[in-house]
Design a protein around this ligand. Sequence first.
Ligand code: FE
Length: 206
Amino acid sequence: MTSATTVKSSPHVLPPLPYAENALDPVISAQTLGFHYGKHHKGYVDKLNTLIAGTALADLSLEEIIARTSGKADQAEIFNNAAQAWNHTFYWHSLQPAGSNEPPANLKQLIDSSFESFAACKSELVAAATTQFGSGWAWLVLDGGKLKVVKTGNAQTPLAQGIKPLLTIDVWEHAYYLDYQNRRPDYAKAVVDKLLNWRFAADNLP
Ligand code: FE
């Protein structure tokens, strides 16, 4: 079915990290980022390329593959790898090295009308990242004109539900275990307090 040649010519490439592997240290160590990006993220991209080589999905974007395979039991493996490839690129861009910045004015206005305050929005994100049972993701999304914090399990992504993601936090154990072991709440709080890129979230507003 899938030869080494078709795999080699598959279209999806691992996008470069938007910063150096040690840029998020000490909140996320270079060791964690190195494995997470270089092994886990790369693994999803490589596996997806293997799965779609020579199929009708081979020339489609990640977003199109996610839309076409979502909810289809016989295409779950393709969905999972495509969604994980997309989710991870979105996660890298949701973080930034220079410390969590302040939301730009247009986003700040939406935060204030959707939550009690910026602090309440951040608390909800920490809570979602902490309480997601098992592997998954915490998200800030735009849904029906309002901002919401949601969580998804495993590879699930708001994209598949037609909801606009603005920021995400990976809460799979591979995202934090080398640095925080079982202390997921400490990882969640440190990421929300120190790394979230609110400029990126604002840029995702329609
Ligand atoms: Fe991950």
